[in-house]
Design a protein around this ligand. Structure first.
Ligand SMILES: Cc1cc2nc3c(=O)[nH]c(=O)nc-3n(C[C@H](O)[C@H](O)[C@H](O)COP(=O)(O)O)c2cc1C
Length: 216
C-alpha cells in the first residue's frame, strides 16, 4: 500500500461514490442549498483539462419559462430519436430519458468559444476539449452522489437551437443538460438495464493486452 493512500474508510467512500453513481431521471423537486451547489460546481471546476484550458462553462437555469423551453427542445429531439430508432421506437418512447420538469436545479454544460487558440494536446485530437468537459461533469456527478443528490445527463437536443436559446457566442457549444437535485432513491443498477433496454458488458470483455482483441 502506498504511503500516500487514503485511509481504508476514505478509499471505500471514493469507490462507493463511483459504484453508486447513477444517471437519474426521477427527481422529487425541492432545492439545492446555494452553498452545496457552489461546492458541487467547485468540484466540477477542479477537473483535469487538456493544456489546462478549462473549456467548461456552466449556465444555471433559473427562469421557469426558460426551463420549459429547454424541456420542449428535448421533447422534440426525443420524438426524432424515436423515429430514427425504427422498430424500437415505441419501446424507446416508454423510457424516461430526462427529469427536466422535476429536478431542483437545471444546468447546461457547454464548451467555451475560442477553443481553436488552444493547441497543446489538441493538434491531432481536437476533441480533447470535450473530454475535459466530460471530466468536469463526472466530478460533479460523483460529488452529487456523495452529497445524496441525483444527477441526470441529457443529450437529447439540437445544439444550435439550445445555443441560440441561451445566447451563446459563435464557437461555443452546449454539450449537456444536467438535471440535479433530491431523489427518492438511487436506482440499484443503470435504469436502461432495469427497463430491459440494454445490458452493460463486463470489464473482462473490454480489456485487451498488447494488441486489439487479445484478452489477457
Ligand atoms: C455522454 C452521456 C450522455 C447521456 N445522455 C443521456 C440522455 O440524453 N438521456 C438519458 O436518459 N441518459 C443519458 N445518459 C445516461 C446513460 O444512459 C447512463 O449513463 C447509462 O445508461 C449507464 O447508467 P448509469 O449512469 O446509471 O451507470 C448519458 C450518459 C452519458 C455519459
Amino acid at each position: 500500500m502506498s504511503e500516500h493512500a487514503f485511509s481504508a474508510e476514505e478509499r471505500a467512500a471514493v469507490y462507493r461514490a463511483i459504484g453508486e453513481r447513477r444517471d437519474m431521471r426521477h427527481f422529487v423537486g425541492g432545492e439545492v442549498a446555494p452553498e452545496l451547489l457552489a461546492r458541487l460546481l467547485e468540484a466540477a471546476h477542479q477537473a483535469p483539462s487538456v493544456g489546462l484550458m478549462q473549456p467548461w462553462r456552466f449556465i444555471r437555469i433559473t427562469r421557469p419559462e426558460l426551463r420549459e423551453s429547454i424541456g420542449l427542445l428535448v421533447e422534440e429531439e426525443r420524438q426524432r430519436t424515436a423515429e430514427a430508432l425504427g422498430e424500437r421506437s415505441a419501446e424507446f418512447m416508454r423510457l424516461k430519458v430526462e427529469g427536466i420538469g422535476e429536478c431542483a436545479e437545471l444546468l447546461v454544460a457547454a464548451l467555451m468559444d475560442g477553443r481553436e487558440a488552444h493547441v497543446f494536446g489538441r493538434r491531432t485530437l481536437p476533441e480533447m476539449d470535450l473530454a475535459s468537459l466530460a471530466c468536469a461533469i463526472q466530478n460533479l456527478w460523483l460529488a452529487a452522489r456523495a452529497e445524496g443528490l441525483g444527477m441526470g445527463w441529457v443529450s437529447l437536443f439540437e445544439p444550435q437551437a439550445l445555443a441560440e436559446l441561451l445566447g451563446m457566442p459563435a464557437g461555443a457549444r452546449p454539450v449537456a443538460i444536467l438535471c440535479l437535485g433530491p431523489v427518492h432513491g438511487f436506482y440499484p443498477a443503470p435504469m436502461l438495464e432495469l427497463e430491459g433496454w440494454t445490458r452493460g458488458r463486463p470489464l473482462a470483455e473490454l480489456l485487451y493486452e498488447d494488441r486489439w482483441g487479445r484478452r489477457p
